[in-house]
Design a protein around this ligand. Structure first.
Ligand SMILES: [Zn+2]
Ligand SMILES: [Zn+2]
Length: 129
């Protein structure tokens, strides 16, 4: 049984303090991270828990271990992506809507871009202009 991190412990992924029953320890790096343990309460998830089919135990992993930081693979939200390429968010959103810029849209409607795609798009854009 993985113990809960103490409330107030900073999350190793986002740096914000954990609340009561809102954290877990990562099985890979051992660091605490946000994991909402209460389905009836809204909470933040900075990682994942799943059942290991081999020994039917719960496994915990933080987002840093699930997605090892790699500058080019980094996923940016619209505002971050706009700041990264130095354009208005609306311009980026329009390019995504027009299908020029590869993107993902989360269930809650948030646009996500990868740094690699943004770099490629900017290169194509400056080359074509
Ligand atoms: Zn967090
Ligand atoms: Zn980890």
């Amino acid at each position: 049984m993985t113990p809960y991190p103490e409330p107030g412990t900073p999350c190793s992924v986002c740096g914000e303090p954990l609340g009561p029953a809102s954290g877990a320890f990562c099985d890979s790096c051992g660091e605490p991270f946000h994991l909402n343990q209460r389905e009836d309460l809204p909470g933040k998830d900075c990682g994942r828990v799943w059942i290991n089919e081999d020994h039917l135990g719960l496994e915990f992993a933080c987002d840093r271990c699930l997605n090892p930081p790699s500058a080019l693979e980094e996923v940016l939200e619209l505002e971050e992506a706009a700041a990264f390429v130095g354009l208005a968010a609306a311009e980026l959103e329009a390019a995504a809507a027009a299908g020029h810029l590869p993107h993902r849209r989360t269930g809650s409607g948030i646009l996500l871009f990868s740094r690699r795609e943004l770099v490629a798009w900017m290169e194509a854009r400056s080359g074509g202009a």
